[in-house]
Design a protein around this ligand. Structure first.
Ligand SMILES: Nc1nc2c(ncn2[C@@H]2O[C@H](COP(=O)(O)OP(=O)(O)OP(=O)(O)O)[C@@H](O)[C@H]2O)c(=O)[nH]1
Ligand SMILES: [Mg+2]
Length: 389
């Protein structure tokens, strides 16, 4: 067997460790059959790492690595003992332990690769989806952000090349930075129920009584690998009580600071638009009960759609969801990501700046190139952490 295993995160305690498996792919896969509790699937597999007796050493991710020489990268928790045990098990299964990761981890050149690899590994603990883990590790590799910056070190880039990478900054940073989505609507629209479903746990109290939620309820979740912060709050109704009024002030403030608002329109609001019993449809979605700031995008959704049986619906294909049956939720999730980022999957393949400092560096590089400089001082300064250019 010709497989090497090495630590990518160095010795000692850290937030987490990463180790790489290099060599023949099918041999790596057969080693992993014994090491992992789960069958390999797609780019990332969440799994236990098993010892010789089938006991779990640790749990973590097994990532299919996009660039040679690695076939797979495993992440474990940060204890050096766990790292040692997983490496030991790989050796028992036939791999050779390469103590010096540089021997097999042929990243383009150390300064860039080490910096970006460190940034990516340091942030692996912050991301909560396998897609985001794969994304970060790819950015540390030659096909990612590390690779393109390294290339520019060897050969001055054109301004268009840098601008192209800079344009990917919004998407790259979206994988690292939570966007704030406020769920709003009239009382009993189903805001709290929707938040609980999107988060996967009961975070916000739900009752059939109007005016259940008063304070803001803030919860983190992720959709297709993008981290999101969801905010639920008081619903709107005529003559709210004193406590609800205070709650609504908080909702307004949250909306002012939101990246996106999702307004839920329940059947009851459609029914308010009915003028006589024979009416089969309402002309359109009712006007919003509130005025949203112009710079915050709004998605308006018909909620509780499993109750539509007797409700006259608007004629066009407005998005309808039911947090009870799950209908339309996938479409809503897609639409949220489309409005926020223009796409609904975490980017794969190619360099993406994933930190604000990457974008600042690229902007500086663009101005250096724009003024006729070859950008090398700017590059060197970035790599050395100097803020000169
Ligand atoms: N059938 C059905 N009932 C729903 C759905 N979503 C919410 N409900 C019910 O509607 C009622 C109100 O739901 P909530 O999630 O508390 O509504 P809310 O918008 O948070 O209400 P307030 O906090 O009072 O503003 C509860 O009885 C829920 O079980 C849905 O999709 N379908
Ligand atoms: Mg509520």
């Amino acid at each position: 067997m010709s497989i090497s295993v090495c630590s990518l995160s160095g010795p000692g305690t850290s937030a987490l460790h990463a180790l790489g498996l290099a060599g023949d792919r099918s041999q790596c896969e057969s080693l992993l059959q014994d090491l992992l509790s789960q069958p390999l699937k797609g780019g990332a597999t969440y799994t236990e790492f098993l010892d010789a007796s089938g006991q779990s050493i640790d749990d973590g991710l097994c990532l299919s690595w996009p660039d040679p020489p690695f076939q797979f990268v495993l992440t474990t928790h940060g204890s050096p003992l766990i790292l040692e045990e997983v490496i030991h098990r790989c050796v028992e299964l036939g791999a050779v332990h390469s103590a010096d990761s540089d021997q097999i981890f042929r990243v383009p050149e150390e300064a860039v690769a080490e910096k970006v690899l460190g940034q990516a590994l340091g942030r692996l603990t912050e991301v909560i989806s396998p897609e985001a883990c794969s994304f970060l590790l790819e950015q540390a590799s030659p096909s990612g952000f590390a690779g393109v910056v390294e290339k520019w070190k060897r050969q001055a880039p054109s301004i268009d090349e840098v601008r192209e990478v800079l344009d990917r900054g919004l998407l790259g940073r979206a994988v690292m930075k939570s966007s704030v989505v406020v769920l709003t609507g009239v009382t009993n629209a189903g805001k709290s129920t929707l938040l609980n479903v999107l988060v996967g746990e009961d975070r916000s109290i739900v009752t059939p009584e109007e005016g259940t939620t008063r304070d803001l309820v803030v919860a983190s979740t992720q959709i297709n690998g993008f981290p999101l912060t969801l905010v639920d709050g008081a619903g709107w109704r005529e003559s709210p009580g004193l406590i609800e009024e205070q709650g609504l002030l908080r909702v307004k403030e949250a909306i002012r600071n939101a990246d996106l608002v999702v307004e839920l329109i329940p059947p009851a609001r459609l029914e308010e638009m009915i003028v006589d019993d024979s009416q089969k449809e309402v002309s359109s979605i009712p006007e919003s009960a509130f005025v949203f700031p112009e710079d915050v995008p709004v998605i308006r959704v018909l909620s509780r759609c499993d109750e539509f049986l007797s409700t006259p619906l608007p004629p066009n294909d407005d998005l309808a969801i039911s947090a009870k049956t799950g209908e339309g939720l996938g479409l809503l999730e897609d639409q949220i990501l489309q409005v926020l980022y223009g796409q609904s999957t975490v980017p794969e393949g190619g360099p993406y700046p994933f930190l604000d400092e990457h974008v600042i560096f690229l902007e500086r590089l663009v101005s250096a190139l724009d003024s006729g400089d070859n950008g090398q001082v700017c590059l060197q300064d970035y790599l050395e952490g100097v803020n000169r250019c």
